[in-house]
Design a protein around this ligand. Sequence first.
Ligand code: UDP
Length: 322
Amino acid sequence: MIQELPPKSIAVVLGTRPEVVKLANVIRELGDAALVVHSGQHYDDSLSKVFFEAFELATPDVELNVGGISRGAQIGKATRQLDELFSQRSPQAVVVQGDTNTALAGALAANAGEIPLVHIEAGLRSFDRLMPEEHNRVAVDHLADLCCAPTDLNVANLAAESIIGPRVVETGNTIVEAVDELLPSIERRREIRADFGFEFDGFVLATLHRPENVDDPDRLAVVLGELSSLPIPVLYPMHPRTAATIERFGLDGKLEGITVTEPLDYVSFLGLAAESAVLVSDSGGVQEEASIIKRPVAVVRRSTERPEVQGTFAQLVERSIG
Ligand code: UDP
């Protein structure tokens, strides 16, 4: 606990489920000093409230409600509200995490208010300019006064953009503590899996929701077709965005043979991930979790900003062949 900071003096700005996962322990460490601001970028309870509950975090101090609008409008609206909030509350520092619109809005508002900015999970690069997240993370790193980079590679990526010296610290990734804390016991994992009627190592756990996979009906049809033709059962906890797209394109028929659920709470998701044969995902956090719990993950993306995970997969394959 950081005792010497005044109450509510460090603004922690977040808005999506991975940000809650990766900032939970930071918020706890800050204790009373944390002023938690939720943008509402993820506004569905299954992507927001359940994550606060899983980590036993208090509800956010401030809600901005900027969910469900276009990227530009979301960044603009959140920045304006944060600018006002920061001028009223004068935080000593602003903490943002990752590559979301919320993180960028937090960074812009901190910069405008001349407030020191801390970026957790700095230095990741996919070098894929088609991904909005790549632009968000580059911009946030350049605005940040302190870049907390998870790995050596992330530090090198920052150095290649002249972000060096005391602005950069290699910290590891806070998701490791999150998984350590909430990965259920082996007995509990078995129960969670058995509720779905799957065997250990006998099913695929899929999470796919990125625009490159779900926004184009032809591509989405191929992705769903491939999943449903896999020779073992597939569990697909579906992001509301994907569910809406499938309905809009009339692709329900392509889900035949796939077990579709609402998004899972974090404990159930980790438990199922640990029991699965393989994860199939376009998620950033899931790539990291797979490497922590040592399950293989097939990344359904053009690019990844987490190439370190590929090494883990190669080692796993080598180990299982060896
Ligand atoms: N997750 C979850 N339930 C699910 C699917 C994912 O708890 O049904 C968690 C997953 O463990 C990871 C995070 O959500 O920690 C990833 O969220 P998302 O894919 O939305 O974001 P990304 O990590 O790609 O930024």
